[in-house]
Design a protein around this ligand. Structure first.
Ligand code: NAI
Ligand code: OAA
Length: 320
């Protein structure tokens, strides 16, 4: 059986980490693409030189031309710019929208059958625009954010309770901004819903509230620490989990930015919801029944995303 082909558009901090993880997991052969000359080639060679040590078989190559992504099974997009301290993700919209236009054209020409995972920020608006620019079907174009935000939520809970991260299941939906929606009622530790943990006295309400707030601002916390860019290890691991579910038809239920067609009362917009990812891309969207407070939080987050999508339409009238 021929190996799968994974193309990484953008070979910066996340792109390089994606290539390393995809190699270690033997997901397929890997092409790193970037406009910066030498970077994708250098990272490809460096990672390939680690393969004898770690014992993985994967061909790695670097390129500056879109023809290199031809026939890719999975494409992960990180091309663009990250934020620096003092900036919001939304400040990246204008510059990264231009990048999505180029990337979308490249995918349309060379890899129209790929499953595309967008990571570039501001995530929900960028994946919305990328789907339009590429013309690929909506079930094959998704955004990575919910897996990362949920992983942060899970990690903070496991740390607070001093238990294994493996036994913490938590979900964060909505847009990838500070008004994202960590779902307390639907998150569990050892199968016990978080509100019950509070009732049992294992976690204080104040601590839980602080964890929810820290999760919402998780990206900014790393930006403030790194100063030169944003998180890349956990974002790369999150996108690899999505790619693996597609390539191996695992049918995992993951929170991803997906295009809605009536679910949650929305049509055409991209926002973080639980979906099943299998060999057909987004195979199903789960519609969670929210209580009033959750409904209000989700609506607020969706309103932020809608505002950014409107801004994209203003900048690129072809998207309207
Ligand atoms: N969705 C999410 O949860 C997360 C999103 N991000 C976003 O991911 C993006 C990438 O982050 P990093 O890898 O840390 O940034 P980075 O700056 O290390 O890498 C970005 C790469 O894109 C390349 N690039 C720029 N314009 C390009 C173009 N037109 N075509 C091809 N390549 C181009 C640059 O040369 C650079 O190598 C940022 O927008 C960041 O905000 C970061 C973390 C989490
Ligand atoms: O915060 C940022 O700019 C990068 C990002 O989206 C995250 O780490 O969640």
């Amino acid at each position: 059986m021929a190996r799968k082909k994974i193309a990484l558009i953008g070979s910066g901090q996340i792109g390089g980490t994606l290539a390393h993880l995809a190699g270690l997991k033997e997901l397929g052969d890997i092409v790193l693409f970037d406009i910066a000359e030498g970077i994708p080639q250098g990272k490809a060679l460096d990672i390939a030189e680690s393969s004898p040590v770690d014992g993985f078989d994967a061909k790695l190559s670097g390129a500056n031309g879109y023809e290199a992504i031809a026939g890719a099974d999975v494409i992960i997009v990180t091309a663009g710019v990250p934020r620096k301290p003092g900036m919001s993700r939304d400040d990246l919209l204008s510059i990264n929208l231009g990048v999505m236009e180029q990337v979308g054209a490249g995918i349309k020409q060379y890899a129209p059958n790929a499953f595309v995972i967008c990571i570039t920020n501001p995530l929900d608006a960028m994946v919305w625009a990328l789907q339009k620019f590429s013309g690929l079907p909506a079930n094959k174009v998704v955004g990575m954010a919910g897996v990362l935000d949920s992983a942060r939520f899970r990690y903070f809970l496991a740390e607070a309770l001093n238990v294994s991260v493996k036994d913490v299941h938590a979900m964060t939906l909505g847009g990838h901004g500070d008004d994202m929606v960590p779902l307390v009622r639907h998150s569990t530790v050892g199968g016990i819903p978080l509100p019950d943990l509070v009732k049992m006295g294992l976690l204080s309400q104040e601590k839980l509230d602080a964890i929810v707030e820290r999760t919402r601002k998780g990206g900014g916390e790393i930006v403030a620490l790194l100063k030169t860019g944003s998180a890349f290890y956990a974002p790369a691991a999150s996108a690899i989990a999505m790619a693996e579910s597609y390539l191996k038809d695992q049918k995992r239920i993951l929170p991803v930015a997906a295009q809605l067609s009536g679910q949650y009362g929305l049509d055409g917009t991209y926002v973080g919801v639980p979906v099943v990812i299998g060999e057909n891309g987004v195979e199903r969207i789960f519609e969670i029944e929210f209580d009033e407070a959750e409904k209000a939080m989700f609506a607020k987050s969706v309103a932020s995303v809608s505002g950014l999508i409107e801004a994209c339409k203003q900048i690129k009238p072809s998207l309207a």
